[in-house]
Design a protein around this ligand. Sequence first.
Ligand SMILES: [Zn+2]
Length: 545
Amino acid sequence: MCNRVEIYDTTLRDGAQGEGVNFSAEDKCRIAEHLDALGFDYVEGGWPGSNPRDAEFFERARTLRLEHTRIAAFGATRRKGTTCETDQNIQALLRAETPVVTVFGKSWGLHVTEALRLSREENLEIIADTVRYLAARVPFVIYDAEHFFDGYSDDPEYALATLRAAAEGGPARIVLCDTNGGSLPEGVARATRAAAGQLAVPLGVHCHNDGELAVANTLAAVEAGAEHVQGTVNGYGERCGNANLCSVVPNLELKLGRETSVGRVRLPRLRTTARFVSEIANVALASGAPFVGDSAFAHKGGVHVSAVEREPRTYEHIPPEAVGNRRRILVSDLAGRSNLLAKARELGLALPEERRVLEELKRLEHGGYEFEAAEASFELLVRRMDGAHRPFFDLLGFRVIDEHRGSEMPMSEATVRVRVGERVEHTAASGTGPVNALDHALRRALEKFYPTLADVRLIDYKVRVLTGSLSGTASLVRVLITSGDCESRWGTVGVSSNIVEASWRALVDSVEYKLLKEGAEPQTAAPGVQASDNGFEGARPAGGF
Ligand SMILES: [Zn+2]
């Protein structure tokens, strides 16, 4: 058995079928370039002729400078009662001028007679004829046997007959598909072995994730003889998604010892690629995503932390760096001292007054703070106690007004007063809600001194009411904010009995952390800076209302 396994990505076609996932032609080009840099063998771009966006992609794809990846166009076998010459979709596949064409046909009697209303023999002819026609005109033809595993359990003889019909046409690969995603690994392995026993063409596998087994089924097929795997980045795809290549590839490389074109050298790009595609898809990458998620190598319990620090293999299945991830030590009062010290070391902080920091942390946690998702606030806390920290600005105050008139959308206005060096800035801004207005006003006030604050975006905002924390009608709220710029993301936290105040604290930490991260220096000579505190009436509210 050949040790090498080919990687075929269908994020741009099957992945784009996922709910909420949408790619423009430009997005598709950028993703294709990233997947090329990671080393994938094939990137399937879409259905030429199905929509103008895919047609634009295939046109632009010809000018992409790809090192390794070959672009594939995807389509169906010819329709009943046509020839390949007259079938518009087959002709669109040729016009895409891709080095690879993937064509799918039916392997399950149920689909042949019920969905296509063909005789079983007609279906075999259509498959053989289409593959033969394309193989004579395209350098590399892949045949996807749709519903192969369901077809095989229904009628193994007929399912295998469809593969033999495809093989007659001379394809480069035949790919066995678990289109409904409900197969189990043992059945996949058995059917793959049966197919491998009858065909000389290298086999591939394409699994959907409806039983949450797409990765397991893919690996089972590989162990049974498949040499080509199809899937998507982050497992995007219709319904429950496709086999997640961010899990398939490291499992092949690191667990099964198989060779892929990604290789151990490029595998550390995996996490960046997963994040890049999730940004473009505008779908947040799950924190618990295996291998590439933020939590994949996060440790919380105190015993785990001290063990993993001594010997990583105690609680880590692979070194995080192998896939470009990193170990994270989560701060929690459960874990106590060893976690705090490990976290401080991770941040590269000296803790001259360890005990004081630990006590302050416990006091804040008792008061409702939680730093697990707010590493930036934790780092600021330690630095503020350290004594060497110089604040980037002083907060003099803020005010928020909410207004709801008749049937209009409610609006909020916020004013903030900050001092940077000798200068006091008093700024007002509006927003769709009090937090949004405060965020605008705070950043508008500070952007004059620190222009890079313009890059900061609020990515997520979560509020939790801490029940039973105060007596009577008042209760504490904890606000967690995730912010980001083009390079990284960070979490901050604020707690108060007032939701606006809690949000304000988290916002201020977010801004302060960004400045800390960059070692920012204020641009006090910037034009438009007001040098005096002349109160709200005299200050110019920055545009917008
Ligand atoms: Zn599929």
